[in-house]
Structures are given as C-alpha cells and as structure tokens.
Unconditional design. Structure first.
Length: 268
C-alpha cells in the first residue's frame, strides 16, 4: 500500500505587508465651526503652496469646540475641505460623542500625528506622534495640532548623541531624529522631509521640509547653509517659502520661535 502523500506546504507569505510607523499627516483643529470660512482658508493654503497642501491628507480635530458638531454639519465641512483641495481621512481622538460621529461618518479615529503645518486659526498644525518612529524611510506626500491643554514636551535626553545623516535626503524620503537633534551633512532635496524632536542642522542646501521641536520643544532651532525650503516648522509653527522674504532665499539662515511666532534671519 502506497504511503500517503505529504500535505502541500502552506504559503504564509502575506499578499500585503502592513507596517505601523511615522506618518506625515496634517491636523486641522477646528476653532470656529464656520464651514464656509474653514473651506475658504484651506483653499487659500492650497493656492499659496500647492506642492505641500494639494491633496494632502488631513485629520479633522473637533477637540477645540465646546460641543461636537452634528453629522450633517460635519459632512458639510468634509465636503468643503475636499472642494478646497485636501483629503480629510479621519477624525482626531476626542470625546465619546466624537467617536460616535466618526462611526456615523464612516471615518477612523486617529491620534494627532506629527505632521507639518499650522498653529492657529483652525489651521493644520504639527502634533506629537504617540507611536514610535522608524529610522530614515521613504514617506508618502504629507504632512500637524497644538491642543488647548497640551502635555509637556518630551525633553531631548541629556548627553544623547544626535542623529547624523551623511547621505543626501532625496525626494520622497523622510529622516526622523527621535528625542535628539538631527544633523544632515549634505542636502535635503525638494519633496524630502527631515524631522527632529530637538534642533535640525543642515550643512548643505535645504529644498524640502525641515521640522524641529516635533514633540513641542519651542527652544529647538533650524540651521541651514542654503535656504530654499518648501516649509520650515518649530513646535507646529510653520512658514512656507512663499511667506519668507526673497532676500533670505539661498542664504545661510537660522529659524527659531519667539512668542509663538516663527523667526528667520540670515546667519552672519
């Protein structure tokens, strides 16, 4: 009698590889529930900096309001944001009413990721990322919300060496220095992103995006040798190239935060 044939080996290789890590995404903290005004403000941002904001993923954060809006109003806002040129993809974590609203809208709830942009007036702003972040990796197109009662920023560990990036950061790549400074010895290309919980030092040309103080450290700074940045931000306060005086383009500059206002000046 012939021996039974061996069972075929099962292929456990997944069809898709799922990874959880650093996500560049904007957080729109709604401070005044005026759908038309919010959509108009967003359309203006997209018009001024289309490479950064056009079709950018956005978390909508209703945590700054006294009450969670009803589903009809929330849908009108989502439609207005889409018409303005961005893509609302989730609601930010909040109250139980907010969770019910997300279910009704068919959207997920997400924590406030570190993202890139604005600090006031219902604008998307940089926010702390609760998940651990990976080393340099390719990242999708972006790009951030200061809460009313934010947790104290995570201090950069004393004596911890900064992260040194010796090769160019190319378009679509992201480098993140977790709880330390970041030093880039070469260039940051257009469409690339460098982020640090401490300060960012760039010894070449900055053409992409640089974000310092990503966990809320308002004393962090950005230094670069040749400034052509798409965007710079410190602790969620940002400026895009269109907002920066032309006489600073191509110069060696430093960027710092003073009374919640982003300052940029040429280095002597």
């Amino acid at each position: 009698m012939a021996a039974p044939s061996a069972s075929p080996a099962h292929d456990y290789e997944p069809a898709g590889e799922l990874k959880i890590g650093q996500v560049g995404i904007a957080n729109l903290r709604v401070r005044t529930l005026d759908v038309a005004r919010l959509a108009s403000e967003m359309a203006d941002r997209v018009k001024r900096a289309p490479k950064l904001f056009a079709r950018a993923a956005v978390i909508v954060d209703f945590g700054g309001l006294a009450a969670t809006p009803d589903a009809a109003t929330a849908r009108a806002l989502l439609d207005g944001l889409r018409e303005a040129g961005v893509l609302p993809v989730a609601l930010a974590y909040g109250s139980s009413d907010n969770e019910k609203l997300a279910t009704e809208l068919g959207l997920p709830l997400l924590a406030k990721f570190r993202a890139q942009y604005e600090s006031a007036g219902g604008a998307p702003v940089a926010a702390p990322a609760p998940a651990p972040a990976p080393a340099p990796r390719d990242a999708a197109e972006p790009a951030p919300a200061r809460t009313e009662a934010k947790a104290p920023p995570k201090a950069v560990a004393a004596g911890q060496p900064g992260l040194i990036q010796a090769t160019p950061v190319r378009s679509g790549q992201q480098v993140y220095a977790d709880n330390r400074d970041l030093t880039v010895l070469t260039t940051v290309g257009a469409g690339a992103e460098v982020i640090a919980d401490g300060s960012v030092h760039i010894y070449g040309t900055l053409r992409g995006r640089a974000l310092a103080g990503a966990q809320g450290n308002e004393k962090a700074r950005i230094f670069c040798r040749a400034f052509h940045a798409e965007l710079v931000a410190i602790a969620g306060n940002y400026k895009v190239l269109e907002d920066i005086p032309k006489e600073l383009h191509g110069k060696a500059v430093q960027v710092w935060l003073e009374k919640e206002e982003l300052k940029i000046a040429a280095l002597d």
